[in-house]
Design a protein around this ligand. Structure first.
Ligand SMILES: C[S@@+](CC[C@H](N)C(=O)[O-])C[C@H]1O[C@@H](n2cnc3c(N)ncnc32)[C@H](O)[C@@H]1O
Length: 255
């Protein structure tokens, strides 16, 4: 499984409301009334619920390579079905009307190949809709890379960096090259986060996970303290909260 161990549904859901907004914006551009939907990289299933609310008559099947996430999703008993599988090798058993994927493909280095293969499973007239963060240059990620590349962390973190997710052009080119009609764009959200060290709280549940998990216990605490201090400086707290600008790539392609 490429996701690796340690996805924690509770940590991830701390910012569920801010993280759901791009999914709602993505779905707003999906054409038609899909009757069969795959939610790739469904996570703890809270967004699968949004799919069921938008298309109550559709069958929804969530797929995720984290056993913890699938367990959390199944516990919702929301009418969707869930499967523990890696999208790198997984293929739907029959054609579907919509494949949707929110914040997954930044974790899949071979994403172009995977997306191309999965497009064969979309019915004629059906759609593929995806959203990925496009924030590799943001201070949160730059500071993480810089700190991880320093001693004494570098020997442990060398293999923990993931492939930066692409800009909208990458997906426009991929789907248009297959002859699909494509709507691709980017949006920068200004998340206003409450509480202490909220940017740390956000990135520790997603982007910083591979680096944090690569560190031995005796170094992790020190790394976290240094990273938190750097984040506080880069994202100062204001009277109304801490602003986290976050650029995301969207693509909705119709076959
Ligand atoms: C950032 S979470 C997104 C969850 C949900 N889609 C959302 O938007 O809230 C990324 C999810 O992708 C899953 N994932 C990562 N690599 C995967 C792979 N190769 N196959 C299936 N799921 C994967 C992780 O387990 C995690 O649940």
């Amino acid at each position: 499984m490429t996701a690796g161990p340690g996805w924690d549904p509770n940590v991830y859901l701390r910012h569920a409301s801010d993280r759901s907004r791009p999914f709602v914006d993505l779905l707003a551009r999906v054409p038609g009334e899909p009757r069969s939907i795959i939610d790739l990289g469904c996570g703890p299933g809270h967004l699968t619920d949004v799919l069921l609310a938008r298309w109550p008559d559709a069958t929804v099947h969530g797929v995720d390579s984290s056993a913890e996430m699938i367990e959390a999703a199944r516990a919702r008993a929301d009418g969707a079905t869930y499967e523990h599988a890696d999208v790198v090798t997984w293929t739907p058993s029959r054609a579907v009307d919509l494949i949707v994927s929110n914040a997954l493909f930044q974790w899949v280095p071979e994403r172009a190949e995977v997306i191309r293969r999965l497009t064969d499973s979309v019915s004629p007239g059906g759609a593929f809709a995806l959203q990925v963060p496009d924030n590799a240059d943001a201070p949160s990620h730059r500071l993480l890379r810089e700190l991880a590349a320093r001693e004494p962390y570098a020997p442990h973190t060398a293999s923990a960096q993931h492939v930066p997710p692409g800009p909208p052009e990458e997906y426009l080119d991929l789907f248009a090259g297959l002859g699909w009609t494509v709507d691709a764009w980017s949006t920068t959200y200004l998340h206003v986060l409450p509480g202490e060290d909220p940017v740390w709280s956000w990135v520790s549940g997603t982007g910083a996970r591979p680096v944090l998990q690569s560190l031995p216990d005796h170094l992790r605490e020190r790394f976290v303290a240094e990273y938190q201090a750097a984040l506080r400086e880069a994202y100062p707290s204001r009277p109304y909260g801490t602003v986290l600008p976050f650029r995301r790539t969207f693509a909705v392609a119709q076959r």
